[in-house]
Write a protein that binds this ligand. Structure first.
Ligand code: UT7
Length: 320
């Protein structure tokens, strides 16, 4: 038996902003954004919070799995943009969906968050600590982005994706995660500084800062090596994989990985054109689109791979 996905769901806030709208905010244009990222439009939250989007994605996944929420005994929300320090996003989701028997916690592995959450759920399930888990990637990056910084505000977006996982015949064949904290400052966002009765400071206003080309090079170097190791450990050839579902960071990163690994680009589904870069949410949103459109067939071998802030990266090979 293996930990496998039995349901998926996603939620995108209804407000859609295209590149031309952004060109009114910063010095940029539609052509530059399309050519450098592959993005045409993205969903941006207005009233929607991270926990709200996580809950909506969770409800859709539960419905898709035809599951009684009381059977969920673990909820993990991967996020770097929670609207509260406490209660956690996962505790809020638990309450909203009535998953009264679940243990709940959040996890921050930035854009690798969904892969880390799936690996954690797999460990819980395979050691008997849980039977059925709900894992979610949910982000409101629009609140962390400096809308005057054209190098980041054109890239990041909002949304949530979820999956229900349980012990079944087909599932995870191989799983890898890695971190390199020494390079972490190339993609950073500071939280509040210490401010108390001993230390008096002005209110902080910190935003995402990224050395884009460094992260780009990191991704193109690490992702192929990570996938190679993943497949080698499972004894599966790259030709036997039906789809490579990469974190939707930038269409050029996906294209570079495809070229470097000599795997046809058709095996790399993408939705970045309409969703932008939603960090931990991008993989489950894309998986849900693929699942609902009937692209995924029983027995298909699917690689998912996340990479980003931390720095972190990781991948799973899943037999659908
Ligand atoms: O999801 C988590 C991990 N994150 C990523 O994986 C992101 C990885 N990095 C990237 O996706 C890309 O580096 C970016 C999309 C962020 C930037 O694309 P790039 O092709 O690496 O551009 P660049 O930063 O090298 O900038 C090239 C030029 C610069 O001008 P000069 O110095 O050549 O005159 C920038 O100032 O493009 C300029 N530029 C822009 N021009 C128009 C940067 N942003 C913009 C913009 N519009 N929005």
């Amino acid at each position: 038996m293996a930990t496998g996905i039995i349901g998926t769901g996603s939620y995108l806030p209804p407000t859609v902003i295209d590149n031309n709208e952004l060109a009114k905010l910063v010095k940029t244009d539609d052509e530059w954004i399309r050519e450098h990222t592959g993005i045409v439009e993205r969903h941006i939250a207005t009233d929607e919070t991270t926990s709200y989007m996580a809950t909506e994605a969770a409800k859709a996944a539960i419905k898709n799995a035809d599951l009684d929420p009381k059977k969920i005994d673990l909820i993990i929300v991967a996020t770097l943009s929670a609207e509260r320090a406490t209660p956690s996003m996962s505790c809020i989701v638990q309450d909203k969906i009535g998953a009264v028997n679940a243990t709940c916690f959040d996890l921050n592995a930035a854009c690798s968050g969904f892969v880390y959450a799936l690996q954690t759920a797999d460990a819980y399930i395979q050691t008997g600590l849980a039977k059925t888990a709900l894992i979610i990637g949910a982000e409101t990056l629009s609140k962390l982005v400096d809308w005057k910084d054209r190098s980041t505000c054109i890239l990041f977006a909002d949304g949530a994706g979820a999956a229900i996982v349980t012990d079944k015949e087909h599932g995870i064949l191989s799983s890898i995660t890695h971190s390199d904290g020494s390079k972490g400052m190339s993609l950073k966002c500071k939280d509040r500084s210490t401010r108390n009765f001993l230390v008096r400071k002005q209110e902080d206003k910190h935003y995402i800062q990224m050395i884009g080309p460094d992260i780009f090079k990191f991704a193109v170097r690490r992702v192929p090596a990570c996938i190679d190791l993943l497949l080698q450990r499972a004894g599966v050839s790259k030709e036997d994989v039906t789809y490579y579902v990469l974190h939707q960071a930038n269409a050029r990163i996906v294209a570079s990985v495809s070229k470097k690994m000599e795997i046809p680009i058709e095996k790399f589904p993408m939705n970045i054109e309409h969703c932008g870069n939603t960090s931990s949410a991008s993989i489950p949103i894309l998986l849900d689109e693929m699942n609902r459109s009937g692209m995924l067939k029983e027995g298909d071998k699917v690689v998912i791979c996340g990479f980003g802030g931390g720095l972190t990266w990781g991948a799973q090979l899943i037999e659908w």
